[in-house]
Every structure is written in C-alpha cells, then in structure tokens.
Ligand binder design. Structure first.
Ligand SMILES: *Cc1c(COP(=O)(O)O)cnc(C)c1O
Length: 403
C-alpha cells in the first residue's frame, strides 16, 4: 500500500478528531522514524512528550516482552507481582508515600480531582457539595467532560455541555488572582508547572514556590500536572524543582511513564491524603495491570541508568542555543526548559502549521501547538549530532523568506 492509500483509509474510517500531517509512520528507533515508503525522519514531537525514551527502547522492549509472555492482566480483584514493586519504586524515587495507578493522563487528572474533593470533605471538613478547585487559564489537562469544564479553550467545551460544576479559573502565573480565588471551600489548586499544550508557557521564577506556600497557608492541596513536564522532559526530574519548596501535594504523572510502549499514568501523594480513598471508591480495570507495571518499572530504570534527565538539561540548552542563532523573519520568541521548547512565530508568518509541513518534507517531524507555536520535544536521549542534523533543516525552513 502507498502513503495515499493509508491516508484514504484513515480519512474514511477514522474519526476526524485530529488533523495529522500526511506522514505515515511504520517504524521507529530512538529519535528516528521511517514512513511506509522508507523515508527517514527525526521525530521532534516525541509523541507529545510520551516518547522520552525514544522509539522502541531495547531495555523497555525486553521488559515488556518478558512480562507479556508471563502475565499481562489480573484485574485489581487479585494482586500481582509487579504493581507492589512499581508502587514502592516510584514512591521512593519521587518522595511520596503512596501511588494510585491509572492508564491515560486524563484519568490520572480525574483521580487527583476526586482524591482532592474527598480529602476536602473528610479532612478539611468542607460542607458537603461545596468543594471548589481552582485551575488556571490556558491549561491543558485532558479531554473528559469534567476536565474540559475548566478549560479556557472554547473549542474544547462547545457542543459538550452541560459542564461539571465546582471549578474556578484564574490567570496563570498570577499569585494575587490565585489568593483572591481561595475560599473556605477551596480544596485544591491544579496547574501545570510549565504549560505545554498551551504554547510552552514558563511562569516567572518563584511562582510555584508561592503557589505551594499559599496552599500550605490555606490548607489547600497543590496538584501539579506533570504528565508532560515530568520525568526529565524539562531538564529536571520534575519541572516543579525549578522553584524552591514547590513540591506538590499530589503529583500527576502519565505519558513518558509508559516508556513509549503503553499507557501508564497515576498520582502520587502522602498517606494522609491517599487514605481517604477506600475499597470501591475509585478504580480501573486496566490501571496497574502487571504489564503496565513492568513497563513503567523499566521506564523509570532506564531514565535513571541512562541519565536522561541530565541529557535533557544539556541537549535542551544546546538545542535552544542553536535555535537562537537562526535569523528568521518569522521567529517572535524562543522559550522552554530542557527538551520542551517552543518557537513562537510572528502573526504575519501565516501560522505554524505550514512550517511543520515544510519541516516534514525536510525530514523533521514536529507539530504546532495553538496556531503560532512550533513545539520541539524530541526523545531525551537525543545527541548533539542529531540536533545538528535537525537544526540544518529547521534553519533552512525558518530562514526562507518566501513562505
Ligand atoms: C497530555 C496531557 C494530559 C492528558 O493525557 P492523556 O493521556 O492524553 O489523557 C494531561 N495533562 C497534560 C499536562 C498533558 O500534557
């Protein structure tokens, strides 16, 4: 089958909920992928940051295959010999008491919201039905009805009402607005330490410290969605580490936790919070299955053993420096941390989509986020040589004046 045949199939039989570039990928290794006709590309999207370990990492593959041959699913009606180990390893590695596994990122966010509400009623003694959660504008936390209920993106809500109640929205990176939004019924503040889908928006230094302090002062839980920014993506293990004393009460993980193989997500928190969840309060058929647990264990191991966090820091800096040497009439701003980088284009550039299409032709895959930002989030094991290769193409496309 040819490229166009695959595209035809998707356009006919697949819901049109995405607007993909017309590249049909059939194989991947490390930062590289090959299309169905054998053309090679450097993947700079990295599965929206889910491919931090690169494509088909050998050690994670070995762990996955070995587990697949042994046991894949038990349901939480029984215990399995992987989930307890993952829970211990992830709690000890990241400094939390307890773990609650899910599958997709959105489910993990929902889990955090449920835990926060229940904590509010049981521990903070908020009057029944009154719990409030504060979120910030320009957020992205997933696509369930509850999560889109506090999105500020019109398209995410239109046609999907009625929405879930109990949320307040304040501007991101504005501590005064946050202060004003807190009432005696506030149980949690939810935010991304760096807004990724929102266009790689990095808050001012110290913002997260203030958020965490505000939460402590008001007996409110600080929920950090590090689904995209976590596990080394931003050059630290977690993006909240860029600020002092900003450790969240509930840490929400997903994406790269599955090593690029499998959806694995979950939340981490302390015992006094997690204990509000009791038998039957919450669950998931696939959440915490032995295959997921084995894969997540291998992904964490690789992250540490191969020093992916350090590499993200170093290569992110290198990537950023190189981008800054490009003389393009279209670049308005370059920002980000580690290997989560956004290049914002000027309004007269015509938008980022066209540039992504041209880059794909040159062999570099990336995707626009919002209309004017190109996001670069390659695998954390990318090398200087690979960045140099990508940069020659990026430069060529961005320096064109005839767009
Ligand atoms: C991707 C993402 C999610 C949603 O994860 P899914 O696995 O797509 O449900 C939530 N929050 C953030 C910050 C994300 O980047």
């Amino acid at each position: 089958m040819k490229t166009n045949d695959f595209i035809q199939l998707e356009d006919t039989y697949l819901a049109h909920n995405y607007h993909p570039l017309d590249v049909v990928i059939s194989r991947g290794k490390g930062v590289w992928v090959w299309d169905s006709e054998g053309k090679k590309y450097l993947d700079c999207l990295g599965g929206y940051s889910a491919l931090s370990h690169g494509h088909v990492h050998k050690k994670i593959l070995a762990a996955a295959v070995s587990q697949m041959k042994r046991l894949t699913l038990t349901g939480r009606a029984f215990r399995n010999d992987q989930l307890g180990l993952l829970s211990k390893e992830i709690c000890q590695a990241f400094g939390y008491d307890m773990f609650l596994p899910m599958n997709s990122g959105a489910e993990a966010v929902e889990t955090a919201l449920k835990v926060a509400r229940k904590w509010g009623y049981e521990k903070k003694k908020v009057e029944n039905g009154k719990a409030e959660i504060v979120a910030v504008s320009n957020n992205f936390h997933g696509r369930t009805i509850t999560i889109i209920s506090f999105s500020t993106e019109k398209q995410y809500q239109e046609g999907f009402t009625p929405l879930t109640a109990g949320f307040r929205i304040v501007p991101f990176d504005n501590i005064d607005a946050l202060k004003k939004a807190i009432t005696k019924n506030t149980v949690a503040i939810l935010l991304e330490p760096i807004q990724a889908e929102g266009g790689i928006i990095v808050p001012k230094n110290g913002y997260l410290t203030k958020v965490a302090q505000l939460c402590r002062d008001n007996n409110v839980l600080f929920l950090a969605d590090e689904i995209q920014t976590g596990l080394g993506r931003t050059g630290k293990l977690f993006a909240y580490e860029y600020d002092e004393n900003a450790k969240p009460d509930i840490l929400i993980l997903g994406k790269a936790l599955g090593g690029g193989f499998y959806p694995v997500s979950g939340i981490l928190t302390k015992k006094s919070v997690m204990e509000v969840i009791r038998w039957g309060d919450h669950g998931s058929t696939f959440g915490g299955n032995p295959l997921a647990a084995a894969i997540a264990r291998a992904s964490l191991k690789v992250l540490i053993e191969e020093k992916l966090v350090e590499n993200s820091q170093k290569m992110g800096q290198y990537f950023m420096e190189k981008l800054k040497t490009i003389h393009s009439p279209w670049i308005k701003d370059i920002r980000g941390k580690g290997l989560l980088i956004g290049v914002e284009l000027t309004e007269n550039s015509g938008g980022a989509r066209k540039f992504c299409e041209l880059l794909a032709k040159e062999g570099v895959l990336c995707k626009e986020t919002h209309d004017f930002v190109i996001r670069f989030a390659p695998a954390l094991l990318i090398t200087k040589k690979e960045i140099d290769w990508a940069m020659s193409k990026i430069k060529k496309v961005l320096e064109r004046s005839d767009i």
